[in-house]
Design a protein around this ligand. Structure first.
Ligand SMILES: NC(=O)c1ccc[n+]([C@@H]2O[C@H](COP(=O)([O-])OP(=O)(O)OC[C@H]3O[C@@H](n4cnc5c(N)ncnc54)[C@H](O)[C@@H]3O)[C@@H](O)[C@H]2O)c1
Length: 443
C-alpha cells in the first residue's frame, strides 16, 4: 500500500484544511488546558505579527523565510547576530525571497554578544532564537521575560544547568500564555506523524527495541583569523566546543533521539555508551568527539540503540527504526517511511511537505487563532536525553536520568564579552583537550 503524501498530507486535504488540522493536532499534543495564546504578537490595531531574528546563520535565515511564507501576516522588523557579516548575508537572502515582508532598517540591525536583548526589546511580538544552543537558555529567558512568543531551535541547552533554566522560563511562558515552538521539524513531518500514530495504535505489537542514527561526514571549519580573541574564535567555530554546541550527539542526533522518545512516549532513565575521536584531530576541530554509540534504557525496559558519527567515507544515515512483536517501521529523516507487518503488504509513506515549513505554519496558525501552543516540555526531555548520552560517552560510566538531571556541571563562561576568558583553551600544541572515558568526570 502506498499513501501519496507528497503534496498535502497523508490524505487529499487542501493546504488550508491541512494547516487547520495540523494546528489542532499539534495544540492537542502539546499543552493540556490553559488559556489561549496571548494576542500580543499582533501590533496594536492590526493583524501583523512583527518578528525579530536572533542568530542569522543558515537555520536562522531559513526559519525567518519559513515564518514569512506562512499564511499569517508576518513582517521581519529586527535582526541580531554576533557578527555583522552573518547578519548582512542573511538579510540579503531573506530580502531576495520575501522582499515585501522585510522592514529591517540599519537601526534595527544589532550586532555583538548582547545584540539579542536589543532585538527582543524592539517592537516585536515574536522572536526566532537560532543561535548556537549554548546561548539558548539566556536568550529564551530574556524573550519570555519580555513577553514575546518564541520559535527556538533545538537543542535547548548544552548542559543541565542550562536545561533547568529553559524549564523554569518555559513555566513562566505558560503562565504568560506565550506560544513556544521548538525546531524539531520531524514532529511536523506528515510521514513521521502517521507512522508514530500507527505505532501508538499498536500496529507493531509490543515494542522490542528502537534504533536511531545520525551518521554523516562532518561539517564546516571556520579557520582562525588574525586578531580574533579566543571568544570570537570559539563563537565562530561553535560546533567544535561543547559549551556552545553540546557535541553532535546533542546538536544533530537530538532529532533522532527525540523521535525515539516520541515513539516511547517518555524519556530514558539510564544510558551507557562509548565514543571518541578517530579522525577528528588537529588544532581546528576543538574538543568534540567524532563518534558516539549509546544504549538508552526506558523505565519499562525498552532499549534505544543510538549511533552518530562525523567521519567521511563511511555509511551515512539519518533515520529512526522501531521494532515490535508484529513488525518494523523504518523512518528516513529525509525520504520515505516504511512499515512492514508480518503477513501484510508494506505501508510506504513518501517524504511529504517540508517539516520546517509545516512547523512554522502550525505555530503561526495557533498564534492567529489564540490557541495554546507549547513544545518545550518534550523538547527539553529530548535535549536532556542527548546531554545524558554525552555524559555517558565522555565518562564511560552508566548514567541515570536522575543523576544527569541533578548535575551542576556548568560549561558556560560567566562573562560573555569578546575579551572574556574562555573555560576551554588550547594547549601548547594549539590543540584543545577533549574528554577521556574512564578519566573525565562529566557529571
Ligand atoms: N531544525 C533543523 O533542521 C536545524 C538545522 C540546522 C541547524 N539547526 C540549529 O540551529 C541553530 C543554528 O545553527 P546554524 O546551522 O544556523 O548555525 P550557523 O553557524 O549557520 O548560524 C549561527 C548564527 O548565530 C550567530 N551567533 C552566534 N552566537 C550568537 C549570539 N550570542 N548572539 C547572536 N548571534 C549569534 C552566528 O554568528 C551565526 O550567524 C543550532 O541550534 C542548530 O542546532 C537546526
Amino acid at each position: 500500500m502506498t499513501i501519496d503524501n507528497s503534496r498535502s498530507g497523508s490524505t487529499n486535504l487542501g493546504r488550508r484544511d491541512f494547516l487547520k488540522k495540523s494546528v489542532l493536532a499539534t495544540a492537542g499534543m502539546t499543552l493540556a488546558g490553559g488559556l489561549g495564546v496571548a494576542r500580543s504578537a499582533h501590533a496594536a490595531g492590526s493583524d501583523t505579527i512583527k518578528i525579530a531574528l536572533v542568530g542569522c546563520g543558515g537555520r536562522g535565515t531559513g526559519a525567518a523565510i519559513n515564518a514569512l511564507q506562512t499564511r499569517a501576516n508576518v513582517k521581519l522588523v529586527a535582526m541580531a547576530d554576533a557578527f555583522k557579516d552573518s547578519l548582512d548575508q542573511s538579510l540579503a537572502t531573506i530580502r531576495k525571497q520575501c522582499k515585501d515582508r522585510v522592514e529591517v532598517p540599519a537601526d534595527r540591525q544589532f550586532t555583538g554578544l548582547d545584540a539579542y536583548q536589543r532585538a527582543i526589546d524592539s517592537d516585536v511580538g515574536m522572536v526566532l532564537l537560532c543561535t548556537p544552543p549554548g546561548f539558548r537558555p539566556r536568550h529564551f529567558e530574556a524573550a519570555v521575560k519580555a513577553g514575546k512568543h518564541v520559535f527556538m531551535e533545538k537543542p535547548l541547552a548544552t548542559d543541565t544547568p542550562g536545561l533547568r533554566r529553559i524549564q523554569a522560563a518555559n513555566a513562566e511562558a505558560k503562565r504568560k500564555n506565550l506560544a513556544v515552538a521548538v525546531g524539531h521539524h520531524l514532529r511536523h513531518e506528515v510521514k513521521h506523524r502517521e507512522i508514530v500514530r500507527r505505532i501508538h495504535d499498536g500496529q507493531l505489537g509490543d515494542l522490542t527495541f528502537l534504533r536511531v542514527y545520525f551518521n554523516s561526514g562532518g561539517l564546516w571549519i571556520r579557520p582562525r583569523q588574525p586578531g580574533q580573541t579566543e571568544m570570537q574564535y570559539q563563537v565562530r567555530n561553535w560546533y567544535y566546543f561543547t559549551w556552545l554546541c553540546g557535541d553532535h550527539i546533542l546538536e544533530q542526533h537530538v532529532h533522532d533521539l527525540d523521535v525515539g522518545n516520541w515513539i516511547a512516549q517518555t524519556h530514558p532513565i539510564e544510558a551507557q555508551g562509548m565514543g571518541g575521536r578517530q579522525v577528528r584531530v588537529g588544532r581546528e576541530v576543538g574538543e568534540i568527539f567524532d563518534h558516539h554509540t549509546v544504549e538508552f534504557t526506558y523505565a519499562n525496559g525498552l532499549k534505544m540503540f543510538s549511533y552518530c558519527r562525523h567521519i567521511p567515507g563511511c555509511w551515512e544515515a539519518f533515520s529512526e527504526h522501531a521494532h515490535g512483536t508484529k513488525g518494523v517501521a523504518d523512518i528516513q529523516g529525509y525520504g520515505p517511511a516504511v512499515m512492514k507487518i508480518a503477513g501484510q503488504r508494506p505501508i510506504r509513506l513518501r517524504q511529504g511537505p517540508d517539516g520546517h515549513q509545516v512547523e512554522m505554519d502550525d505555530l503561526m496558525a495557533a498564534i492567529v487563532a489564540g490557541q495554546p501552543y507549547n513544545e518545550a516540555d518534550w523538547a527539553a526531555e529530548s535535549t536532556m536525553t542527548g546531554i545524558m548520552g554525552r555524559i555517558a560517552t565522555y565518562s564511560g560510566k552508566i548514567v541515570t536520568w536522575d543523576d544527569a538531571m541533578a548535575s551542576e556541571v556548568d560549561l558556560t563562561p560567566k562573562n560573555l564579552a569578546w575579551n572574556s576568558p574562555t573555560l576551554v583553551n588550547p594547549g601548547p600544541d594549539g590543540c584543545y583537550p577533549c574528554a577521556i572515558p574512564g578519566v573525565t568526570k562529566a557529571l
